[in-house]
Design a protein around this ligand. Structure first.
Ligand SMILES: [Zn+2]
Length: 243
């Protein structure tokens, strides 16, 4: 199992690791990584790994998690250039992309929580994007007028500079304590002994494996860009970050 360095330190931009295996000349598994693998609606990190022996650089265009292993896909074809098990490498995350995902992700927790509390909506899915993100929810009466108010409440919470805490608790404890293991927590299975909790102090506490900012002030603010009716009580909301 790859040690996931992003799990408790979302601000780690560089790391050292050892190659465990390379398959098809392009998929690299390391013993540890700070690359976030696509999951739970959050896109994969991109970046590069550098072989320490000769400084050869490999652009990473995707990271995915398969059976507990995080696989890094090298850009292009047949370009692993002899990279092999045992090689020491240094990894570098594309920080601008990751940090924007962290802000988007944490913003999703805030706005999702507001529409749950204020409108009684039930969140059914989410997908983060660099330009805009999407939240799907179930809501009987869809009063679009009210969403300006939900946006205002979310921005008011964001501006309060609320700490965002990450920690691990046992899966058993999570099931007992948390009334909701949300859709943002996709990817957790019963075999996992510890669950990563994200707590926006006094606002929401959820199980979630994504990357988050340390304080809501880093989000700066959000703007709802589109509301859609997807039939029955299925609704969709798009939002973006203001700057
Ligand atoms: Zn999260």
């Amino acid at each position: 199992m790859t040690e996931a360095l992003y799990f408790l330190d979302c601000y780690l931009k560089e790391f050292e690791a050892t190659v465990e295996k390379v398959t098809d000349d392009r998929f690299v598994v390391l013993d540890r990584t700070a690359f976030y693998p696509e999951s739970g609606g959050q896109p994969s990190d991109t970046g590069k790994i550098v072989r320490q022996s000769d400084r050869a650089e490999f652009d990473i265009l995707y990271a995915g998690k398969f059976n507990g292993e995080i696989s890094h896909e090298i850009a292009g074809e047949n370009i692993s250039d002899g990279l092999e098990a045992g090689d020491r490498v240094k990894g570098f995350i594309d920080w601008d992309r990751r940090y924007r995902n962290m802000r988007m992700h944490t913003a999703t927790h805030v706005i999702a929580n507001v529409i749950e509390k204020e409108a009684g909506a039930q969140i059914t899915g989410n997908q983060l994007g660099l330009d805009q993100s999407r939240v799907d929810f179930s809501l009987e009466i869809f009063d679009r007028e009210k969403f300006a108010e939900y946006e205002r409440i979310a921005n008011e919470l964001i501006s309060r500079k609320i700490p965002v805490n990450l920690y691990l608790i046992s899966h058993k404890e999570a099931k007992e304590k948390l009334s909701r293991l949300t859709t943002l927590a996709k990817g957790f299975s019963d075999e996992i002994e510890e669950v990563r909790i994200v707590e926006i102090e006094g606002v929401t506490i959820e199980a979630c494996g994504g990357t988050h900012v340390k304080n809501t002030e880093e989000i700066k603010g959000i703007k709802i860009t589109k509301l859609q009716n997807k039939g029955k009580s299925n609704r969709r909301m798009y939002f973006t970050l203001i700057n």
